[in-house]
Design a protein around this ligand. Structure first.
Ligand SMILES: *Cc1c(COP(=O)(O)O)cnc(C)c1O
Length: 475
């Protein structure tokens, strides 16, 4: 359909890109914003105007918008387009290892080392004693062996990569025996059967979903068997009429047949949580001491370090893994290495680790401490002195997250907020829109925040966010 005369008249009245660009130049919202972004936003705005004019009933009288009105529309568009996409976010969910919000926070020592190493040259692959090329992994190998008691260690980009690499090295073209109760899927489409297929290992499932016995593994072993694999049920639990084969039973079976045994621990822990009143989880040290040939785990789940996949175990298997050309495709960079070495060093002193590694500190935070933070947050909110805002304290549970300790419920105290005249859903959106975004959850008609995962300075930032939202709602 052709535009009517009236529509054509309106179209010609839209100011040109250059005119708007000129008009925007001295506005605060355009300060420091690259011209390309301004032009892109102006074009998008003008496109919107054109479609609006063309879609309206041509007989209806319309007025072309003024430059001033257009600049007002442009400002939020430019602000949004110019802002970095990866943003610091406030985690008020109480989920400590929140996969969507960046998993583990690094310890201060790790951050300092990361900055030091990545802003200067380093001996990343240089042997300072010999004065020639060295190994990238030497910085962490020794300390990983020291902490876990393993003969050898290796680090790749993430645990998914570690599992793929180990399967490819030890079982490509051969079978890997796994219990049907351990064929896990974790978030982000990591599924043991799929990784297995990509590695070239042939999956040999044994047992049933709820019960697998040693004789099931035994019956599956033949000359094609390359590996016995155990996968830790990190993000689910099988309860009721169940049976599973322990790692030590698998290790003796493997030894009898000369077949390596691998355990994918998923999260991986160096600290025995049962000493802190939490349920017992297998530690890496225990898996190593049991005699597993390879143990794989993540660097950024319960370990609280950078994203990485760590492999520890017997020298023979690890040597084969290190020689696999895939390692080059999965190798970690110097930032990971720097953060990982510093995090590992903290584990030399368990008392230091549980205080200085944020993931551990937050999981082990006593209820009294969380309650104190909740009280502080409520006090800050009360100080705003706006009758429309009501804040209440509620006893709830926090979670470890990251597919770790799925049944663990950590008693916590949340702050629930309601603003009269605003639904909880709208409040949640407003908090998510704030800079920095504040992520909480809705429960009935309250916006709920769990202080367990808040950092020191964030309580005041949250109070400012509520003040901002209240002011905006009033205007
Ligand atoms: C989390 C997890 C993985 C994947 O680890 P990433 O570090 O996220 O790659 C693999 N296996 C298990 C059992 C896990 O829990």
């Amino acid at each position: 359909m052709h535009p009517s005369q009236e529509q054509q008249r309106l179209l010609t009245q839209i100011p040109g890109v250059d005119r708007l660009l000129d008009a925007a130049a001295d506005r605060p919202f355009a300060a420091g914003v690259p011209q390309t972004i301004l032009v892109r936003c102006i074009r998008a705005l003008e496109e919107e105007l054109r479609s609006a004019i063309l879609s309206k009933d041509s007989s209806a009288a319309q007025k072309a918008p003024s430059v001033e009105a257009l600049l007002e529309k442009l400002a939020p568009m430019v602000q949004k387009a110019a802002a970095p996409k990866l943003q610091r976010t406030i985690n008020a969910t109480g989920v400590v290892i929140h996969t969507n919000l960046g998993r583990s926070l690094l310890a201060d020592a790790a951050i300092e080392n990361l900055v030091r190493i990545s802003s200067r040259y380093s001996n990343l692959e240089y042997d300072l004693e010999a004065g020639r090329r060295g190994s990238r992994y030497s910085a962490v190998e020794e300390i990983l062996c020291e902490i876990t008691g393993a003969e050898s260690a290796m680090v790749v980009n993430n645990n998914a990569g570690a599992v793929l690499l180990a399967l490819e090295t030890l079982a490509a073209g051969r079978s890997a025996v796994v219990s049907r109760g351990e064929l896990v899927e974790i978030g982000g489409a990591f599924r043991i059967p799929d990784v297995m297929a990509k590695s070239g290992a042939i999956l040999k499932e044994v047992g049933t979903t709820n019960r697998t016995h040693l004789r099931d593994y035994e019956a599956a072993i033949d000359e094609e068997t390359g590996l016995l694999l155990k996968v830790h049920k990190s993000n689910y639990s099988i309860v009721g009429f169940t049976a599973e084969v322990s790692l030590s039973e698998l290790v003796s079976l493997g030894n009898r047949h000369g077949i390596p045994v691998m355990e994918d621990l998923g999260s991986g822990m160096f600290i025995d949580f049962s000493r802190y009143g939490l349920p017992k989880e297998p530690t890496v040290q225990e898996a190593v001491a049991t005699g597993a040939d390879v143990v794989t785990f993540s660097g950024d789940k319960l370990l609280g370090g950078p994203q990485a996949g760590i492999l520890v175990g017997k020298k023979g298997c690890l040597d084969r893994i290190k020689k696999n050309p895939i390692t080059r495709a999965l190798r970690i960079d110097k930032m990971t290495l720097a953060a990982l070495e510093s995090t590992m060093r903290l584990y030399r002193e368990e008392r230091a680790a549980v205080v200085q590694i944020p993931t551990l500190r937050m999981i082990l935070m006593p209820l009294d401490t969380v309650a104190g933070l909740a009280e502080r947050l409520r006090t800050e909110l009360d100080k705003i002195g706006d009758d429309r805002l009501q804040a209440r304290l509620l006893d709830r549970f926090s979670r470890a997250g990251g597919g770790s300790l799925p049944l663990l419920q950590l008693p916590t105290r949340c702050v629930g907020v309601r603003i009269s005249g605003m639904s909880a859903a709208r409040l949640e959106t407003a908090m998510r829109d704030y800079c920095p975004p504040i992520i909480g959850r809705i429960e009935e008609d309250l916006f709920l925040m769990d202080p367990r995962t808040l950092q020191e300075e964030e309580i005041e930032m949250i109070a400012s966010a509520f003040q901002f939202v209240l002011e905006k709602a009033a205007s």
